[in-house]
Design a protein around this ligand. Structure first.
Ligand SMILES: O=c1[nH]cnc2c1ncn2[C@@H]1O[C@H](CO)[C@@H](O)[C@H]1O
Ligand SMILES: [Zn+2]
Length: 363
């Protein structure tokens, strides 16, 4: 990799960043969780001490399995059951991302998880959008700039994907950029939701699929070849289709070749992968191998609360661990911008008017 100068977190904070994979219900400020629990009468938090709660989320998520990792979301979703809570969480997410140097983000969430107290699915989407608009305005008022779209997730274990896909299409001119399926991967193959993906394709709508995290190649293959996913949420287990000889010669299997040849974006979330046991350690993460082989790699946070991470901390850890330099981080960023569910003109303008000049100013 080029430009191996160690990069400081201060430089990386200023570097323009693009975030395609960040869960709204995985990014709350611990203080907000405590305050919303109090305001909404949610009494099941493990602690109401803000610092201890932040630590609890990180440690509980550090579980080595996706299923245990996902259990922590009961508490964030538990405090997000009112319009006011959704507006606040979304507005703060936008502010936190802007403060992290993110210039474009897609925030994802599952509307079906916020209807316990009677909100309709449409009301959930409208409340989140109100929060995103408010957050974006607050950032602009403070002299910053960020553009944020949303992805609506259907939960793999529930059978509501078509309904959520219709919801995404209904709101696509009002901030919803696309669709995703999330939740436990093993035992819930994406083909269970084929009707939703067919509906989306027929409506020219965009979608990504969580695949290749807790399950391997068959999940990735179904996501791409049966469902038509444009991007892969994680997708990191595509490395199981790559073999290296003792002399260093690399062989890509047919699926890995297809993913690379078609430039299918991988929404890589390094720290999250360590917590769920998808990879053994940060240093053993295959992101460097995938980048070297020129897969379309993007860097993402997944869940800032559960992982205690930001885009800046992920970039810093990647630079420190693998020697990635500014040129590499710019490459990840442009990869992500090219892969965004945003129209071509807008993508191009962010690349040429924001990202490239931003990196040039740091060099
Ligand atoms: O890494 C992940 N893999 C699969 N599902 C996830 C991951 N992170 C979060 N969620 C799930 O997505 C829902 C909607 O945001 C969250 O409630 C959580 O259950
Ligand atoms: Zn995710």
């Amino acid at each position: 990799m080029s430009d191996v100068t160690p990069l400081g977190a201060a430089t990386l904070l200023r570097a323009p960043k693009v975030l395609l994979h960040d869960h709204l219900d995985g990014g709350l400020r611990p203080a907000t969780v405590v305050e919303l629990a109090e305001a909404t009468g949610y009494d099941a938090l493990p602690t109401t001490d803000v610092e201890a709660l932040g630590r609890w989320f990180r440690e509980a998520a550090d579980s080595g399995s996706l299923v245990s990792y996902l259990e922590t979301f009961a508490h964030t979703c538990g405090v997000m059951q009112t319009e006011e809570a959704l507006v606040r969480v979304a507005a703060e997410a936008v502010e936190d991302l802007a403060a992290d140097g993110v210039v474009y983000a897609e925030l994802r969430y599952a509307p079906e998880l916020f209807v316990e107290r009677g909100l309709s699915l449409d009301a959930v989407v409208e409340a989140v959008q109100t929060g995103i608009d408010e957050g974006t305005q607050r950032v602009a008022a403070a002299g910053g700039a960020i553009k944020v779209g949303t992805l609506l997730c259907a939960m793999r274990q529930h059978a509501r994907a078509l309904e959520i896909a219709e919801l995404a299409v209904r709101h696509r001119d009002a901030g919803v950029a696309g669709f995703d399926i999330a939740g436990p991967e093993d035992g819930f193959p994406p083909t269970r939701n084929l009707d939703a993906f067919e509906y989306l394709r027929q409506n020219n709508a965009h979608f990504t699929i969580h695949a290749g995290e807790a399950f391997g190649l068959p999940s990735i293959w179904e996501a791409i070849q049966y469902c038509g996913a444009e991007r892969l949420g994680h997708g990191v287990r595509i490395v199981e289709d790559i073999k290296t000889d003792s002399d260093g010669t690399v062989h890509l299997g047919r699926l890995a070749s297809y993913v690379r040849d078609r430039r299918i974006p991988l929404e890589i979330c390094p720290t999250s992968n360590v917590q769920t046991g998808t990879v053994a350690s940060f240093a053993e993460h295959p992101i460097a191998q995938l980048a070297r082989l020129h897969f379309r790699v993007t860097v993402n946070t997944d869940n800032r609360l559960m992982s205690g991470c930001t885009m800046t901390s992920e970039f810093t850890a990647l630079a420190t661990t693998f020697g990635f330099g500014l040129d590499d981080l710019r490459w990840f960023t442009i990869n992500a911008m090219k892969s965004a569910f945003l129209d071509f003109d807008a993508r191009l303008s962010l690349i040429n008017d924001v990202i490239k000049p931003g990196y040039a100013a740091l060099a």
